[in-house]
Design a protein around this ligand. Structure first.
Ligand SMILES: CC(C)(COP(=O)(O)OP(=O)(O)OC[C@H]1O[C@@H](n2cnc3c(N)ncnc32)[C@H](O)[C@@H]1OP(=O)(O)O)[C@@H](O)C(=O)NCCC(=O)NCCS
Length: 220
């Protein structure tokens, strides 16, 4: 996901998460609001540009991803682009907010790799003050449900620079399976970096969510 622009039990987070009812085609008009334990994912707004600029352009966030816009206006143009791509039905980008606050502190994005979203690729970036807080896992569970239940994805890929420790750790945590290493696949600051190719396939995701797996985690 470099090429595209916090800790809870996985099962418990999924059971407690809610996705507002939308039909499978509604998302092209407006993304649903996805609510987890502590996170709220919503449509991006032009007014998110300033906070996204502050959160996503720091050295530690941008180190292993495609260069983010370098100005607030650049983020405004990016946000307008995300809306056009969503309307076209090929891409969705959620703003990450913490419940009770409306400030965008990161993004989750997903794009189709083939018409109809059978295979797709996802990526994410969150402001570093919110790393290690459980927000990522909370949001990832919601985006996975959105992908497999609403978009009809059967295979969800992610690419992550081998050197990106947090990115790789994050993907492992949510069940992504390493399938290989793409040698020198990502140009960053004049250097070609190796990338790990990950995928989550729908059957594996559904198995992870099976009642037998979830039940023990929900006994209080
Ligand atoms: C990727 C990102 C969204 C993950 O969010 P996060 O809050 O940092 O993720 P988490 O802390 O929940 O999970 C990261 C895991 O990696 C582990 N980790 C950290 N450094 C690591 C390293 N060098 N090697 C291996 N694992 C590492 C963490 O311990 C954690 O696992 P744990 O919760 O079991 O301890 C966030 O780090 C980010 O925005 N990074 C910058 C953008 C980016 O690189 N995006 C990903 C592109 S693939």
């Amino acid at each position: 996901m470099e090429k595209m622009p916090y800790r809870q039990e996985m099962g418990l987070a999924m059971v407690q998460a809610t996705i507002e009812q939308v039909s499978s085609s509604d998302w092209r008009q407006q993304l649903p609001v996805l609510t987890g334990r502590q996170i709220r994912l919503r449509e991006l707004r032009t007014s998110d540009a300033a906070s996204l600029f502050a959160m996503l352009t720091t050295e530690e966030v941008a180190r292993f991803i495609s260069p983010p816009p370098t100005t607030v206006e650049g983020f405004e143009r990016f946000i307008a682009w995300t809306h056009r791509q969503r309307t076209a039905g090929s891409y969705a980008c959620f703003a990450v907010t913490v419940q009770g606050f409306d400030t965008a502190i990161g993004i989750f994005q997903i794009r189709e790799l083939e018409p109809g979203f059978g295979t797709a690729e996802w990526g994410f970036a969150i402001g570093s003050p919110f790393w290690g807080t459980g927000l990522f896992q909370d949001g990832a569970e919601l985006v996975l449900r959105f992908a497999f239940e609403m978009l009809g994805v059967h295979r969800l890929e992610a690419r992550c620079a081998v050197k990106n420790g947090r990115g790789n750790g994050a993907l492992h945590k949510v069940g992504a399976v390493q399938e290989g290493v793409l040698r020198k696949a990502f140009l960053k600051n004049g250097e070609y970096l190796d990338q790990v190719l990950y995928a989550i396939v729908e059957d594996d995701w559904r198995a992870l969510r099976s009642p037998e797996r979830l039940f023990p985690m929900n006994v209080h």
